[in-house]
Write a protein that binds this ligand. Structure first.
Ligand code: UGY
Ligand code: MN
Length: 248
């Protein structure tokens, strides 16, 4: 019997996409040598950023991207040694790095290391200088309640300084917690479910989602989430931020 009858949970629609592990396409990219590369979100969908998963199948060294954009990566498993200006940072599970445009760097990945990587062009502002390179760890970022809800917490991985033209947050929902209302906003999102699951409303569709699923939400995509099950649902979410809608 055929194991796969041409079905997948993945969906691509006008203002959103849900990309699930059962439809991942693993490719080789010359500037990510020694890795399996899965691209979840790119400008081909209508997004202004790219979001990818990288798994090193051997020890390897990665150089800056072939574009002038910002690179953000999160270590999801294994270890990465980041070199910037001859200074090394050892990054393991839950550590992340922000690398501004034109930041010369290299990343040594140990075999089996997994990264989630977001890249996008930077939009400067006259009111603040472009931010510099930094690294941190999710466990060192404070957790605060969102809109006073005891069941919904947020961690802001990037500083709130207006030099940053994006936010990358972790949202943590206790079982049964939900976004307070259906959001519609001009910012777009890239999201990866880190643990747990629930139901995501995107435009007029409702999807069961679980750990490993990735979502792109375009500008003004109506969106809502409710956590289901017995463990907290956590997701990492990117959005463009701090810029006038006529500028970004
Ligand atoms: O920051 C946000 O816009 C976030 N609350 N959106 C979302 O979780 N879909
Ligand atoms: Mn939102």
């Amino acid at each position: 019997m055929l194991a796969n009858l041409g079905e997948t949970r993945s969906k691509v629609k006008g203002l959103h996409a849900l990309i699930c592990p059962d439809s991942h396409e693993v490719i080789d990219l010359p500037h990510w040598p020694g890795t399996d590369f899965v691209s979840f979100v790119t400008p081909a969908l209508g997004a202004t950023f790219s979001l990818s998963k990288i798994t090193a199948f051997k020890q390897t060294r990665i150089l800056p991207p072939p574009h002038k954009g910002t690179r953000f990566f999160l270590v999801q498993n294994g270890t990465a040694r980041l070199n910037v200006d001859n200074q090394n940072s050892e990054l393991s599970d839950g550590h992340f790095a922000f690398l501004p445009s034109d930041c010369d760097h290299s990343i040594e990945l140990a075999k089996s290391t997994e990264l989630l990587c977001l890249e996008r062009p930077y939009t400067p502002t006259q009111s603040a200088a472009a931010p510099g390179f930094f690294t941190s760890s999710m466990k060192d970022i404070v957790r605060t309640k969102l809109k006073g809800d005891d069941g919904l917490h947020i961690q802001k991985l990037l500083p709130s300084n207006p030099g940053f033209d994006m936010e990358i947050n972790v949202m943590d929902f206790a079982p049964g917690a939900t976004l307070p209302y259906v959001e519609t906003h001009f910012m777009e999102h890239g999201l990866m479910m880190l643990s747990g699951g629930g139901v995501y409303r995107l435009e007029d569709d409702w999807y069961p989602v679980t750990s490993g699923d990735v979502i792109w939400m375009g500008p003004f995509c109506p969106q809502w989430f409710g956590a289901l099950g017995r463990e907290n649902a956590r997701y990492l979410i990117y959005k463009n931020w701090n810029r006038d809608p006529l500028v970004c």
